[in-house]
Design a protein around this ligand. Structure first.
Ligand code: NAD
Length: 485
């Protein structure tokens, strides 16, 4: 196991400055691979959140503040942020892996690169899209349609891809001229500190971004705060439901990116060799702890034995290990409690409709860390919770289907609808089927979110879309001004 550095922060980042917390509670970040404390930060309390909201509101009322800057000036700062994020990308990715156990093979591609890409993308977008559009008025005269910043945005995030998911919201919110309060997951708070430092050094003015570390209580206080204008939430469906209720009571705009349990549809013409390299990352990437995984694998009955054997072998040959080791393909789960939860599904699966073909145990040779063997269950009945629930761990289920119509019904028979993948030798056939799957995003012969296209879920997977131009619109308030003829 690699040695773990220990990071200690004594202050909070409020309004772009280091400030002592009003309270004395501390959050400890624990490494999932060594079970050692790798960092300590102060927990924000309500007074700290009030100070962050005050700082954010002040920048909105200041006539020389961030929200009043011409877009081109904001874009220059975002480009500098992007350069700094690129320069420290590997450092950021490794810091994330140290906290959440997701292998660096993935975080160095995603967490190291996506945030910089998004800062540049939205910088370019605001350079090309006018904030004000003049249209001929219906009754003569002119109608002006303005896009103002929505105001103070609360961004609440999970621990699994903290920087990428934060950048989905932070980049467009900053581009739109909003001020932002970030409430990271307490399990991955150290990377939020690194980000705050990068934003500060790149010249994001004081007041514009604050970080308030804490759990559900701090998150709830922030969501309900009268000084917050909009909320962007990423996390579980259960927490999202509470956030949605809090926002509904206040008519507060909210985007919700929630849980998922997506389907992989293998069609009867799929080439086994070509299919597996696309299927495995889409079904089991990031230790099985990614929201968009297609871990309900639907297999044509005529080729069931062949695919079950191949998927079992591929999963059994994954490399379990230290998340900071580039050779590792499966790291430890986020916490002891979460591993218990995933194990309870494995126990229920073993007692239920499924037949375990590999995995199911804690791996040998690891006396520390919340490791779990990647596991495959074949013959899983679509009524079984093993098929239906979001397990959020390295567990795949295989279910045979007799024909394409039944496969589509099984894919759509879910409370969730976030992602999906169709695997076929005929991309046109794959596209026809993809159109009929009830989901927010889906891939044909591969799956990776396109950071320039809308991303989000249907049903219990969420509300609204982030990314692309639609992502910028989430952080803008549209206003019409009618000029008399
Ligand atoms: P979680 O819901 O427990 O927590 C997410 C964040 O919300 C944390 O910062 C938490 O402190 C905060 N929070 C919890 N309750 C809150 C409340 N009532 N009010 C305000 N804030 C509250 O989720 P998690 O365990 O951190 O993350 C895993 C979950 O996130 C999975 O369900 C996964 O599918 C989902 N997720 C979804 C997406 C997506 O884009 N759809 C992306 C990543 C993760």
């Amino acid at each position: 196991m690699s040695g773990q550095a220990h990071e200690k922060h004594d202050s909070l980042w409020i309004g772009g400055r280091r400030v002592r917390s009003a309270g004395d509670e501390v959050i400890e970040v624990v490494s999932p691979s060594t079970e050692e404390v790798v960092g300590r930060v102060p927990a924000a309390n309500p007074e700290d959140v009030d100070a962050a909201v005050d700082a954010a509101r002040h920048t909105l009322t200041d006539r020389d503040g961030w929200s009043c800057w011409p877009s081109g000036r904001r874009a220059e700062v975002l480009d500098r942020v992007a350069d700094a994020l690129s320069g420290r990308g590997v450092e950021m990715a490794d810091l994330v892996s140290r906290q959440n156990g997701i292998p660096v093979g993935l975080t160095r591609r995603a967490e190291a690169m996506n945030p910089a890409f998004l800062m540049r993308y939205y910088a370019d977008l605001i350079r090309t899209v006018d904030e004000e559009e003049r249209r001929p008025g219906m009754y003569g005269g002119v109608t002006i349609v303005r896009r103002d910043p929505v105001g103070v945005v609360a961004i609440i995030g999970p621990w699994n891809m903290p920087q990428t998911l934060l950048a989905f919201r932070l980049a467009p919110a900053l581009a739109a001229g909003c001020s932002v309060i970030v409430k990271p997951s307490p399990q991955t708070v150290l990377d939020a500190y690194l980000l705050a430092e990068i934003l500060h050094d790149a010249g994001v003015p004081g007041g514009v971004v604050s970080v308030v570390p804490g759990g559900a209580e701090v998150g709830g206080y922030l969501v309900r705060h009268p000084g917050v204008d909009a909320v962007a939430f990423t996390g579980s469906t259960a927490a999202g439901r509470r956030v949605a209720r809090d926002c509904a009571e206040r008519f507060r705009p909210v985007t919700l990116e929630l849980g998922g349990r997506s389907a992989a549809l293998i069609l009867d013409d799929a080439d086994l060799g070509a299919c597996l390299p696309a299927l495995l990352p889409a079904a089991l990437g990031g230790n099985g702890e990614l929201c968009f995984l297609s871990s309900r694998i639907l297999v044509p009955a005529a080729r069931y034995a062949e695919f079950t054997e191949a998927i079992t072998q591929a999963v059994a040959s994954l490399v379990i290990g230290d998340p900071l080791d580039e050779r590792t393909t499966v790291g430890p789960l986020i916490s002891a409690g979460h591993r218990d939860r995933v194990e309870s599904y494995i126990a229920r699966g073993a007692a239920g409709s499924g037949r375990m073909t590999t995995g199911g145990r804690r791996p040998d040779g690891f006396d520390r860390g919340w490791y779990l063997q990647p596991t495959v269950f074949a013959d899983v009945d679509p009524a079984d919770p093993l098929f239906r629930d979001e397990i959020f761990g390295p567990v795949l289920t295989l279910t045979a289907y007799p024909d394409e119509a039944r496969a589509l019904r099984m894919a759509n028979d879910s409370a969730y609808g976030l992602a999906g993948i169709v695997l076929t030798a005929d991309p046109d056939r794959g596209l026809r089927l993809a159109r009929d799957v009830h989901t927010g995003t889906i891939g044909v012969n591969w799956y990776l979110p396109d950071l320039t296209a809308p991303f989000g879920g249907v049903k219990s997977s969420g509300l609204g879309r982030e990314l692309g131009p639609a992502g910028l619109a989430n952080y803008q308030q549209v206003k019409s001004i009618y000029l008399a003829a």
